[in-house]
Write a new protein. Structure first.
Length: 107
C-alpha cells in the first residue's frame, strides 16, 4: 500500500519537462517518478494526432522522392544513365528502409 508522500522541489522548466515526459509516456507524474527511481521500464512514447499527421506527410513525401528515384534507377539499369546506377540503387533502398521504419513507428 502506498501511504507515503514524497515532495520534491523543481524549477518551472524542470516541472514542464517532467510533465511532458510523463504525458508522452501515458503515465502520471507519480507513476513515472516511481518507475524511474525503481528502475522499472517505462512504456514507449505514445504518438498524438499531430505526430501521426506529420509522419503521414513525411511518408507521402518519401513516396514521391522514391518514385522519382526509381525512374532514375530504371534509366541507369537500362544504360541511359551511366555511372550512377549503384549509388541510385543504394539510395532507393535506404529510402524504402526509412519508409518501412516510419510505418512501424506509426503502428
Amino acid at each position: 500500500m502506498r501511504d507515503r508522500i514524497i515532495r520534491i522541489r523543481a524549477s518551472g522548466e524542470e516541472l514542464a519537462k517532467i510533465k511532458a515526459l510523463a504525458r508522452g509516456r501515458g503515465l502520471s507524474i507519480s507513476d513515472m517518478m516511481r518507475r524511474a527511481a525503481c528502475g522499472v521500464r517505462m512504456p514507449s512514447r505514445t504518438l498524438d494526432g499531430s505526430h501521426i499527421i506529420m509522419l503521414t506527410r513525411t511518408l507521402a513525401e518519401l513516396a514521391r522522392v522514391g518514385g522519382n528515384l526509381n525512374q532514375l534507377v530504371r534509366r541507369a539499369n537500362s544504360g541511359k544513365l551511366i555511372g550512377h546506377d549503384a549509388e541510385l540503387t543504394t539510395t532507393l533502398s535506404s529510402i524504402n528502409t526509412l519508409r518501412d521504419r516510419l510505418r512501424e513507428i506509426m503502428t
